[in-house]
Every structure is written in structure tokens, then in C-alpha cells.
Design a protein around this ligand. Structure first.
Ligand code: GUN
Ligand code: FE
Length: 472
């Protein structure tokens, strides 16, 4: 066969076969080093593949493979603002630092200059799938789409739709104008013919959108069942009050989106910090899901989202970095803050407004490592309706993965964590793996990510950077 198959030894002691189209063909578990060649031969004969090119990626101690991160909510044009305006809450922060920065992306050259390094930053942080908000500008968001297209990252890209309640220089002149630009962006992204990169409708949030704009976006979504939707919901108390004033006929913030046809299985709602019981039920019933953005929620003093209640209500939940409300492009930071947020929420008395769900598994508890890993990978994949294709390493799914290196060298503290070299033993391997995974999630960073794979292709990581520098 002309198929090129790459084999990656995975954790603990598995073989992962990735075909030339970037899908995982098969996984063989519990393969000892001495058995690798035999298992490969057997597999190749069994599958009748004939001559294949075999690339063997030997994992060293402290290295492991894991699914890539799915960042379900972030703003590309806000990356230059990281570390500014930390003293504000949401609405002032938007006015004083965010809209001024985003408005600069009216300049397409600025987009061309900044977006490549911005996208690389997300990739090297281990984000294999990213839900990006651009600015409101059509041309600059096309540049973002081009950059992501060339990078090899999997992504959803939308331009912000916003026709009220922002400065004159950062507001679209009418709903019709916003819709026209949105339709052009959707067509542009689809014309790239890259199945990894998809358009997404992006009403910024209820405050930024007139009734007419929300209605037209709802009509667009209804006319095209493949278009996903992303927006913000119930992040901050002042925001919620303002939404109530703007939409007096709606019973809740969630109801605003529902009444405009924007709440459904394709909808990703960021934050949801102050959702009521009624809203949780509406979100669950419509099949929408929530992007939990704890770094941003702490940083803008928005509050602590009740993720356990969302999960107990059966709502889809993923994690988002929400740069630059969140100050880090890394999903590791989001994981750490999701953990701390859940711990603090579990300390609070249960609110009288949210009824306990029968058989609740999560309420009153912190999130464990498996829960956190799920939210950052498979939960995000499910939220984006990509669970059939990404979020875990399984035959039939795309090979979107990270090669992580938690080597013991690097300081005397790390030496305390090394396991003695013992004969191959699945139990010890498993313990070592779990130990290294937890250390990576809580004290790792992009220096620990050697390779970032999307659809079988290495597109980032420290080893990739080293190679591209030496090639220059
Ligand atoms: N609500 C509306 N726009 C934004 C934004 O850019 N960031 C955050 N965190 N919330 C928003
Ligand atoms: Fe946001």
C-alpha cells in the first residue's frame, strides 16, 4: 500500500498507529519495548498493508502523549493586551482597554504583523483546536483565517458582530452591514477548503447587538444548520442588569438568545457565571453548552462559575482561556484555575436558587484530575460538536495530540519525583504516568510541550521550533 503509517509509542507502553490522512488507525495497549517490532510486524501482516514507512517515535522516561487542548473561547486581537487593565471589571475593561485595542485591527497590516505570532503562541501552548473571536473587521479577520489556515491548527473563526453600545470607531453602522460582512467571512473561510478551519457566527454579547442584528443572525443560523454560534452570557452583575434593561420582554439573559433563535446544540456560551436554575434548564433543553473561563472570571472579578451544577444538569462544558480577560494563552492556566474555582465553590453554601439534581455527582465537590483533563480536551470537543473526531486518542479519531516532556533533569526538586528504574510493570508505569500528568497540568508550561500534532501533522512545540530555527 502507498499509505504511510506513523507509529507513536504511547502511554503506558502502547503503540498508536496514525495513517497518512492523520487519523488513528489502531492502538495496541501494553506493548513492552522488546515486543514493539513483533507487534508491528503482526499488525502490518494482519491489516495487509504490505510495505509501509514506519516512523518510530521512542518515548523516553517522563515523556507521554495526550490529546491536544481544545480552547473553546478566546479573542485573538486581545493578545497584545495581556497584562493591561487588570484593575477593571467587565464593562469598564471593555471600554477602557479592549475596544481601543480591537479597533486598531481596522488596519489590516497590523493584523498581518501580529496574527502569526499570536496563533503560534496558542499552538505552542498545546491548543490543537481553538475557538477564536476576531475583531469586528472583515478584512483583518480574513487575515486571521489565512494565518490559522497556514498554521495547520484546527479552529473556529468568527468576526464580532456588534452594532450598539460601543464607541463610534468600534461599532458596525447597522445590522445589515454586520450581516453582510459575516456572510462574506463565512464564504471566505469555506473557500479555503480546509476542513480544519470553520466559520462561526459571533454576536459579541446581547449588549453589543440590536434586536435586529440578533434576529438576522438567528435567521442565518436557521438557514444553515452547519454554522455554529459563539457568544458571551451572564458573566458580570452589571452586564446582566444592562441586558435586562435592553431586553425587558425577555425573562432571562439566556432567554434573549433563545428568543432570537441563537440557543441550540451548535451554541457555545462563554462564562455563565451567574446563571439561574431556569437558565440552566433552558440551556440543557436547547442543547447549548458552556465555555468555562475561570482565569478571566477571577481576573475581571466576575465571579466563580458553578461548573458542578452545569455538569449535574447534563450541560456540555469545555474550558476557555478568554484572553485577555484571562491573562494566559495556555489552557494549563485555565485548568489550574478551573481546579481552584471548583474548590472554592465547593466551600460555599449551596445557593437557594439552584435546586439539587437527583443523583448529582459533582455538586459540592472539587474537580479531580480526570475531570479537569476531560474539560480541557474531550469536554471541549463535545462542546464544539467534534467529539466524533477529536478530544481523545482512539481509533478512527484524528491524531490531535501533544508530546509532553516531564523529564527529571531540570532541578533538584524534580529529582525527588523520579521513580526508580524498575522492570517493566504496568502498575508502576501507570502511577508514573499519572504523576507526570498531574505535574504537567499544575506546574508545566509550553517548555514541556515538545510536539503539537493536528491531524497527524506536527505543527508546533519546542522540538518543532528547534527544527524550524535550524532550517533557517
Ligand atoms: N463580553 C463581551 N465582550 C467580551 C470580551 O471581549 N471578553 C469578555 N471576557 N467578555 C466579553
Ligand atoms: Fe470573551
Amino acid at each position: 500500500s502507498s499509505d504511510t503509517i506513523s507509529f507513536y509509542t504511547a502511554s503506558p507502553r502502547a503503540l498508536v498507529a496514525v495513517n497518512s490522512r492523520g487519523f488513528i488507525d489502531w492502538i495496541e495497549h501494553d506493548v513492552q519495548a522488546s515486543q514493539v517490532q513483533r507487534v508491528l510486524k503482526h499488525k502490518i501482516n494482519e491489516l495487509g498493508l504490505g510495505m509501509v514507512q514506519v516512523i518510530l517515535l521512542e518515548l523516553e522516561e517522563g515523556e507521554f502523549l495526550m490529546p491536544g487542548f481544545v480552547d473553546t473561547h478566546t479573542h485573538a486581537p486581545q493578545v497584545p493586551n495581556i497584562g493591561t487593565g487588570q484593575e477593571y471589571e467587565l464593562l469598564d475593561w471593555l471600554d477602557k482597554v479592549t475596544f481601543p485595542m480591537e479597533s486598531r485591527f481596522a488596519d489590516e497590516e497590523l493584523a498581518q504583523k501580529l496574527y502569526p505570532s499570536i496563533v503560534n503562541r496558542f499552538i505552542n501552548a498545546g491548543t490543537t483546536t481553538c475557538c477564536y473571536y476576531g475583531s469586528l473587521h472583515l478584512e483583518s479577520t480574513k487575515v486571521l483565517a489565512d494565518v490559522v489556515n497556514q498554521s495547520g491548527q484546527r479552529a473556529f473563526i468568527g468576526k464580532c458582530c456588534m452594532d450598539r453600545n460601543s464607541p463610534d470607531n468600534y461599532r458596525e453602522p447597522s445590522a445589515a452591514y454586520s450581516i453582510k460582512a459575516t456572510i462574506q467571512l463565512v464564504a471566505y473561510i469555506r473557500a479555503l477548503k480546509n476542513t480544519l478551519v470553520q466559520p462561526i457566527l459571533t454576536p459579541r454579547f446581547a449588549i453589543s447587538c440590536t434586536d435586529e442584528l440578533l434576529t438576522s443572525l438567528g435567521n442565518l443560523a436557521a438557514a444553515d444548520p452547519t454554522l455554529p454560534i459563539q457568544t458571551h452570557i451572564s458573566e458580570n452583575q452589571s452586564e446582566i442588569e444592562f441586558v435586562k434593561e435592553l431586553f425587558p420582554d425577555c425573562t432571562s439573559y439566556a432567554d434573549v438568545y433563545h428568543k432570537h433563535g441563537l440557543l441550540g446544540p451548535r451554541t457555545i456560551l462563554a462564562h455563565g457565571v451567574h446563571l439561574t436554575e431556569e437558565e440552566l434548564i433552558l440551556i440543557k433543553t436547547t442543547g447549548a453548552g458552556i465555555s468555562h473561563c475561570p482565569t478571566s472570571n477571577f481576573n475581571l472579578r466576575s465571579g466563580m462559575a458553578r461548573v458542578a451544577d452545569m455538569l449535574d444538569h447534563g450541560i456540555k462544558v469545555g474550558l476557555g482561556t478568554d484572553v485577555s480577560g484571562g491573562y494566559s494563552t495556555s489552557m494549563l492556566t485555565a485548568i489550574q484555575h478551573a481546579s481552584m474555582c471548583a474548590k472554592m465553590v465547593a466551600l460555599l453554601p449551596p445557593p437557594s436558587t439552584i435546586m439539587p439534581v437527583p443523583g448529582a455527582q459533582f455538586s459540592g465537590k472539587q474537580l479531580n484530575i480526570a475531570n479537569l483533563l476531560y474539560l480541557a480536551t474531550r469536554g471541549g470537543a463535545r462542546l464544539c460538536n467534534l467529539e466524533h473526531c477529536i478530544g481523545s486518542l482512539e481509533p478512527g479519531k484524528s491524531f490531535d495530540a501533544l508530546l509532553v516532556t516531564m523529564k527529571p533533569e531540570g532541578g533538584h526538586l524534580d529529582e525527588l519525583h523520579t521513580y526508580p528504574t524498575l522492570p517493566p510493570n504496568t502498575q508502576i508505569d501507570r502511577e508514573r504516568l499519572e504523576h507526570n500528568l498531574e505535574r504537567f497540568l499544575f506546574c508545566g508550561d509550553d517548555r514541556n510541550i515538545s510536539k503539537v500534532f493536528v491531524q497527524g501533522r506536527c505543527i508546533g512545540g519546542t522540538a518543532f521550533k528547534a527544527r524550524s530555527f535550524s532550517a533557517d
